[in-house]
Design a protein around this ligand. Structure first.
Ligand SMILES: Cc1cc2nc3c(=O)[nH]c(=O)nc-3n(C[C@H](O)[C@H](O)[C@H](O)COP(=O)(O)O)c2cc1C
Length: 305
């Protein structure tokens, strides 16, 4: 690695050595990838979405391949935040990697309880998934209403000293007002996009492919949408953005950075190549070196319009 090239990403007071993260739900709890990569070379491991209580998730089938992507309706299967903190996090931190806890809840109180517990741990940051249904508001996702986004961000912020990343849903009318609300509420960083809502049908059985009927679309099929949304958000916030959605190669990484992402996360591509995050971190450094750039700042937001 070239020590003179700065790829670091600072979120609040935490410095991530490189800006290539894993996307929640596509990299397990990180250590499952031990046989493939040295996970300390990943900029940050964003773990599988955590809930206050353990969850079994949805019934199978909960994955379906689509043209250029996949649908999932895993339904937040996870062992619960307590187990994560006591049994998984210490193992993960012993690998010398930055860990970001992704949290999901049914109501604001759940999010706050989780944030408080994580605040007392060795976790490096929290990513708040606001694509979940808000039980108190009839199941409408938290992330679709700007006032709710402001409120939940403010409440969670009050329970957390660590960096707070708010992960936006693309299933909204105007992403800009949602991003501004998250920043106003005290977010240190915005990540986007979560999956787009989709569906697949088996024509032989005339039944939906997923037992949950609908699921989240991810992979290369969503990249143009993700790029457009990152670009729109980058024009209205001044906190760092982590962009994701269909990233497969270094050109994709550069595209997200040019439209304003300070970092990127890799999701579905991990299922094709478990070494992809580390490969991309190395390729980004090579790209900067070859072009005689000193830092990722020479690319971030530098799209020519
Ligand atoms: C199988 C699967 C599980 C996911 N689980 C979560 C999750 O628990 N929490 C979350 O915030 N996002 C989750 N996501 C969304 C990803 O983190 C990411 O935002 C999305 O897949 C877009 O990136 P990609 O196209 O690179 O996969 C999941 C995605 C997939 C494919």
């Amino acid at each position: 690695m070239h020590k003179d090239i700065d790829m670091s990403l600072k979120i609040k007071d935490v410095i991530f050595e490189n800006p290539i993260f894993t996307a929640s739900g596509t990299f397990g709890f990180g250590y499952e990838f031990d046989d493939f990569i040295d996970i300390s070379e990943v900029g940050g491991v964003v773990v599988k979405g955590l809930t206050l209580e353990p969850r079994k998730g949805n019934k199978v089938p909960r994955i379906a391949e689509t043209a250029g992507g996949m649908l999932n309706s895993v339904g937040l299967e996870n062992p619960g935040v307590e187990y994560f903190l006591s049994d998984i996090l210490p193992k993960l931190k012993s690998k010398n990697v930055k860990v970001i806890a992704n949290i999901a809840g049914n109501n604001i109180e759940d999010y706050c309880k989780m944030a408080s517990k994580i605040n007392d741990s060795s976790c490096d940051a929290v990513e708040m998934n606001i694509s979940c249904p808000n039980v108190k508001q009839g199941g409408v996702a938290f992330g679709t209403n700007k006032d709710v986004v402001y409120e939940i961000t403010k409440e969670v912020r009050a329970c957390l000293d660590k960096p707070l990343i708010v992960k936006l849903s693309p299933n909204v009318t105007d992403i800009k007002e949602i991003a501004v609300s998250a920043q106003k509420g005290g977010a240190d960083c915005i990540s986007l996009i979560n999956t787009l809502i989709g569906m697949a049908v088996d024509t032989k059985t005339r039944r939906p492919v997923l037992s949950n009927v609908i699921g989240g679309l991810s992979g290369p099929a969503i990249k143009p949408v993700a790029l457009r949304l990152v670009w729109e958000v980058s024009k209205v916030v001044d906190i760092p953005i982590i962009g994701m959605g269909g990233i497969r190669d270094i050109d994709d990484v550069l595209q997200f950075m040019l439209v304003g992402a300070s970092g990127v996360a890799i999701g579905t591509s991990n299922f094709i190549d478990p070494c992809i995050t580390v490969k991309l971190a190395n390729q980004l450094k090579e790209y900067l070196k070859e072009n005689k750039y000193k830092s990722t700042q020479d690319i971030i937001g530098k799209i020519k319009l």
